[in-house]
Design a binder for this molecule. Sequence first.
Ligand SMILES: [Fe+2]
Ligand SMILES: [Fe+2]
Length: 279
Amino acid sequence: MKHWRIEDVAWDRFAAERTDRAIVPLVKAAALVERNGTDYAVYLHNVFRDDPDFGGAVDTWAAEEVQHGDTLGRWAMLADPSWDYAAAFAQFRQGYHIPLDAETSVRGSRTGELIARCMVETGTSSYYTALAEAAAEPVLQEICRLIAADEFRHFKLFYDHMRRWLARERIGLPRRLRIAAGRIGESEDDELAYAWHCANEPAGLPYQRARCVADYRGGAMSFYRFHHIERGMGMVFKAVGLPPRGRLSDVSARLAWWFVRHRQRRFARSTGAVPAVAA
Ligand SMILES: [Fe+2]
Ligand SMILES: [Fe+2]
């Protein structure tokens, strides 16, 4: 059962004048990626076809992801009444596919698949937490908090099943680290870039991955603060089986934060904006 419904959101509190225009395109792109959750459910059912425990959980998870998409899509249409969520999603579906006929995980093992899912949920939970804290518009704040809470629960779901599969498959730490790092690297892949294109670029402008990655990434990065990165790093460490709090996790979080700050400054320079965090 889902933890909340779209009707539970206080839509009548929407305040157009409090909407940050820089957030709207990010919400539109996120709506399309989230809405695509049912495809991942098909893929996960294939990969875990002999694991009915997990199969049951996947359907609830996918329904929640689709609801994230529909909720963000509805908000984006309030913020920009000229935007057509259904049409943008149809365009996205036409051009972006995941391998639905895969019989085994593209990560090489079931444990690897679940570690990769933990990385995605780490990313989404941090992202919606950052958006909720940055948003001045009350409905968006509420939506992002609800979604972030779901994403933290999704992390726990995949983590618990991963521990069960790890006991069977016994994958070593170096391989777990490689899988986690690989999935984090893919955050800049075609899925987000193409969603950005379908959600925000004018019809007729050909898709160009590098341009869309730069625009999407630049906008998204600007909302992160150190505590988001620190918490996310703890989750990454936990998922690969390292202590989530400690010296190594601290140093890694500081390095990641340095990288995020570097990106934030570069994006601010390219747009002529003032960096959101001064130091
Ligand atoms: Fe989601
Ligand atoms: Fe999720």
